[in-house]
Design a binder for this molecule. Structure first.
Ligand code: FNR
Length: 183
């Protein structure tokens, strides 16, 4: 049976490159992984006042993560960090205190940008955020995808061979990371 991987594309944009990359990864993934691609859409703002009676969308998101065998983040970079919607989703996942839905889950981080720097600052911020609330983060290979703006055709299919190659290497390494880190 394949490991179930929640793959979070970090922007809300319907034509987002992060979403297209996540969908490409779902196709490239080896048979040992099944990627479910989601975005932070529909996760209401975290508010500590609501923790006693959490909104249904928080509970559904947390349950999805808890039932998974691992989580893969595909994040764009907004102003040298991750998009606010993604940070909000992580804040929701991290609570209640000490009971993060990401605890023990093997995690992967992929950043991307149509620009030259590949969203490396966003990836670095995620690397700061996650270790206290998740399982082990895959450290190598690192992957910061630049120039993603011309990597897809009009139907959203990945057409850039160089990008396909690095994504394949990454998802194969992530599959090994997931298999090694099941509780
Ligand atoms: C950006 N963009 C951007 N790109 C980058 O490489 N570094 C950055 O710091 C930023 N900052 C930034 C802030 C805001 C508010 C927006 C809207 C955009 C450009 C960004 O990489 C581009 O819009 C991507 O297409 C966003 O990712 P998705 O939605 O395509 O996955």
């Amino acid at each position: 049976m394949a490991y179930n991987i929640v793959t979070i594309a970090g922007s809300l944009r319907k034509d987002g490159f992060s979403l297209k990359i996540a969908n490409a990864l779902a196709k490239l993934a080896p048979g040992s992984l099944k990627l479910e691609v989601i975005t932070p859409a529909g996760i209401s703002f975290f508010n500590q006042d609501l923790e006693g009676a959490p909104p249904a969308d928080w509970l559904a998101f947390r349950e999805k993560l808890q039932k998974s065998n691992g989580v893969l983040f595909v994040t764009p970079e907004y102003n040298r960090s991750i998009p606010g919607a993604l940070k909000n989703a992580i804040d929701v996942a991290s609570r209640p205190y000490g009971k993060s839905s990401l605890l023990g889950k093997p995690v992967g981080i992929i950043s991307n940008s149509p620009g030259p720097l590949g969203g490396v600052s966003a990836a670095k911020h995620l690397q700061n955020i996650l270790p206290g609330i998740s399982g082990p983060v895959l450290q190598q290979p690192e992957i910061y995808l630049n120039g993603v703006g011309d990597a897809f055709d009009a139907d959203g299919n990945l057409t850039k061979d160089s990008l396909k190659t690095v994504l394949q290497q990454y998802i194969d390494a992530f599959a090994a990371h997931v298999a090694k880190n099941q509780g």
